[in-house]
Ligand binder design. Structure first.
Ligand code: HSE
Length: 393
């Protein structure tokens, strides 16, 4: 199997490391023949080129690995590759989330595979197992910790008093964070992964901008100490349920009791969960971000193609479903500054509140996910650093 590798950053260099120094007979089947790099980067390997056509027009290359990131050029190259009857393996969740149905249809029309294992959960065999479960079960819900960078930040904040920006820098140095880490800490990366997982789980397309999303950018040590006093651990979660005529899907910080499985997921690890009607609850744990684990998932997809193993149960994106988060009801924690004019509004939906020198801390009565996100969007205009989290009791 001859590969054209698009991109040679963190994941691309991990793919090269595995393919150029194979440890197994299986990997020896795979040869990276050409590598596309950005204009302006130095050519340090004879296989490198700046020209996509050197790869698309190479008839020996049957599979493209796209790990360049971004959405515009990546979309063009993926479509060109599929139309040229090359299989495509990608770890690029943003481009998949925006063009999922088009990629699947183009692959089908050209009798090639479009494989995306590395796009969600890093090294965890999550997509493959969603598809396996679906051979037998209807999946009623999915949820999980899908972002290694946020988990690394939250875990470190809970462990010691380190500064948010310093921890984020370490996550970047370790190769966990996106090129623009806003995508991680604002929950956007988790939103892409939520959409991809939910579409596969429920055989449908969903609209990205209907997923209510709130990240961890504004979490402070004040929040963490409030949580610790109550025996809670905060994680960034994606959650989705199939309500048949519609789907709920949202991304938000969640406080778990400290002995919950989710609460004990360390460092850059992910924990992804599904519920099926005979398998019941099934959870997968592994490194969710980083060069080696993500490259491993990419190569697994290539090996499945090399072994002529079509997707175990091809991804079907039959119908479009609306997202509606007004049936999911929880208590929430809210922290805002003392002078906020909306304090009385929060009091009306709260069962308790506390005051420190600079902040109010509220626990709300049970309210819907759509309502809390709508409130927070309003309140953010006056207090951009307001923070909230769902409470699991
Ligand atoms: N930035 C992503 C994360 C990389 O931290 O999870 C893996 O998708």
């Amino acid at each position: 199997m001859k590969i054209g590798l698009l991109g040679c950053g963190t994941v691309g260099s991990g793919v090269l490391a595995i393919c150029d120094h194979p440890q197994t007979e299986a990997v020896r089947q795979i040869e990276v023949k050409r590598i596309l790099i950005r204009q302006g980067r130095s050519i340090t390997d004879p296989r490198m080129t700046y020209e996509i056509q050197d790869i698309i027009n190479d008839e020996e290359i049957d599979t493209i690995i796209e790990v360049m990131g971004g959405t515009t050029t990546a979309k063009t190259y993926i479509l060109q590759a599929l139309q040229a009857k090359k299989n495509v393996v990608t770890a690029n969740k943003a481009v998949i989330a925006e063009n999922f149905k088009q990629f699947m249809e183009t692959a089908k029309n050209h009798h090639v595979q479009f494989r995306i294992e590395a796009s969600v959960g890093g090294g965890i065999p999550w997509i493959e197992n969603l598809l396996r479960v679906k051979r037998i079960d209807e999946i009623s819900s999915i949820s999980g910790i899908f972002n290694g960078t946020c988990n690394f930040i939250l875990d470190t904040l809970h462990e010691n008093e380190a500064d948010f920006d310093e921890i984020l820098q370490t996550a970047q140095q370790l190769g966990y964070a996106e090129a623009d880490p806003s995508s991680d800490i604002d929950g956007i990366d988790t939103k892409y992964k939520c959409l991809i997982s939910a579409c596969i789980a429920y055989n449908c397309t969903l609209q990205l901008d209907q997923i209510d999303t709130f990240g961890i950018r504004h979490i402070t040590q004040q929040d963490i100490s409030y949580f610790k006093k109550r025996g809670w651990t905060c994680k960034l979660m994606a959650m989705s349920q199939n309500h048949d005529s519609f789907v709920s899907a949202y991304v938000q910080p969640v406080c778990f009791p400290s002995d919950a499985l989710e609460a004990n997921v360390p460092a850059n690890f992910n924990l992804t969960s599904l519920r099926g009607h005979t398998i019941h609850d099934l959870k997968f744990y592994g490194q969710g971000a980083g060069k080696d684990s993500t490259a491993h998932a990419v190569i697994q997809d290539c090996l499945d193609i090399a072994n002529h193993q079509a997707s175990l149960n091809p991804i079907v994106l039959d119908n479009h479903k609306l997202i509606n988060n007004s049936k999911d009801i929880f208590h929430f924690y809210i922290r805002t500054h003392l002078q906020a004019s909306f304090i009385d509004e929060i009091k009306q939906i709260s069962i308790s509140h506390e005051k420190s020198e600079s902040c109010y801390f509220f626990i709300t009565s049970k309210i819907t996910v759509s309502d809390i996100h709508a409130h927070i969007r309003q309140w953010q205009k006056e207090d951009p650093e307001i923070f909230f989290a769902q409470i699991v009791q």
